[in-house]
Design a protein around this ligand. Structure first.
Ligand code: A5P
Length: 241
C-alpha cells in the first residue's frame, strides 16, 4: 500500500482517537477518509482485545463499512446518549474550534450524532486547521430539493456565492436524507460563524449548514505521523475571526 503523507497523518489522528475508546462505550461514528482509518483501528481493537462497543453511524457509507468490519451498530431507538462521538471535519478554526463540515455530504446526521454525545472528538490532519473562518473550505448547506433554486437565491442574499454540488455525472448530488447541497463560497471576511449559522438555519428551504459552533470537546490534529496536537476550545473567539 502506498500511503500518502496525508494518509499517514489521518491514520495517526484516527488511531490516537480510537485509543481512547473503552469497552462498554456507545460511539458516534463519523464520515470521511479520516474516519475510515478510525473504523479500521476500532475493528482491530474489537477483534484483538474483545472490546465491546456499539456505534451509531453518521452516514449510510459509514454504516455499510462498519457492517463489513464487524463493528456492532445501534440506533437512537435503543440508545439515548453516546459516550463519545468521533468525526472528521473540513475546517477547524483555531481557538473556538468552530467546524466546517459536510464536504462528504453527511452534515445533518453528523450534527444529530454529535449533539447526542457526551464528548465530541474531532480528528484531522494539519491541513484542516484555519485561523480565518471559511479560508479552508466553503460552507456546505443542505437544502430541500423542491425549489432549491429559489432557496439558493436566498442564500446568495445572505452574502455568499452558493454552488450546487453535483456528482461525477453532473447531476445534483443527493444526501442520505434525500436533499441537495449548496457549497457557499466567499462569505465576507470577518463574518461571525455563529451569526452565519443562525442566518442559514433561518432560511426557508434550508435544513442545516455545516457550521458547528461550540460543539467540539477536543480536536486531535496530526502535525506529523508521530506528533498529535490536542486542542480544546478556548474562549478568545473574537481574536480569531
Ligand atoms: C462529511 O460530510 C464531513 O463532515 C467529513 O467529516 C469531512 O468531509 C472529513 O472528511 P475527510 O476526513 O475525508 O477529510
Amino acid at each position: 500500500v502506498n500511503e500518502t503523507e496525508w494518509d499517514r497523518l489521518k491514520r495517526a489522528a484516527a488511531e490516537a482517537a480510537v485509543a481512547e475508546v473503552r469497552s462498554g462505550m456507545r460511539l458516534g461514528l463519523g464520515t470521511g477518509s479520516t474516519i475510515a482509518f478510525a473504523l479500521d483501528a476500532l475493528a482491530r481493537r474489537i477483534r484483538e482485545e474483545g472490546l465491546k462497543v456499539a456505534g451509531i453511524a453518521t452516514s449510510l457509507h459509514t454504516e455499510a463499512r462498519a457492517n463489513q468490519l464487524g463493528i456492532p451498530l445501534t440506533s437512537f431507538a435503543e440508545t439515548e446518549m453516546l459516550d463519545l462521538a468521533i468525526d472528521g471535519a473540513d475546517e477547524v478554526l483555531e481557538g473556538p474550534l468552530t467546524l466546517i463540515k459536510g464536504l462528504g455530504g453527511a452534515l445533518v446526521r453528523e450534527r444529530i450524532v454529535a449533539a447526542a454525545a457526551r464528548r465530541f472528538l474531532v480528528i484531522v490532519d494539519r491541513s484542516k486547521l484555519s485561523n480565518r473562518f471559511g479560508s479552508r473550505a466553503p460552507v456546505p448547506v443542505e437544502v430541500v430539493q423542491f425549489g432549491h433554486e429559489s432557496t439558493a437565491r436566498r442564500l446568495a442574499a445572505l452574502g455568499c456565492r452558493p454552488v450546487l454540488r453535483v456528482d461525477a455525472a453532473g447531476a445534483p448530488a443527493v444526501t442520505d436524507g434525500g436533499n441537495v447541497l449548496y457549497d457557499c463560497h466567499d462569505f465576507a471576511a470577518g463574518a461571525d460563524p455563529a451569526t452565519l449559522a443562525h442566518g442559514l438555519r433561518q432560511t426557508t428551504g434550508v435544513i442545516d449548514s455545516g457550521i458547528f459552533v461550540g460543539m467540539v470537546s477536543e480536536a486531535l490534529v496530526a502535525l506529523t505521523p508521530t506528533e498529535i496536537r490536542r486542542l480544546i476550545p478556548t474562549a478568545d473567539i473574537e481574536a480569531k475571526l
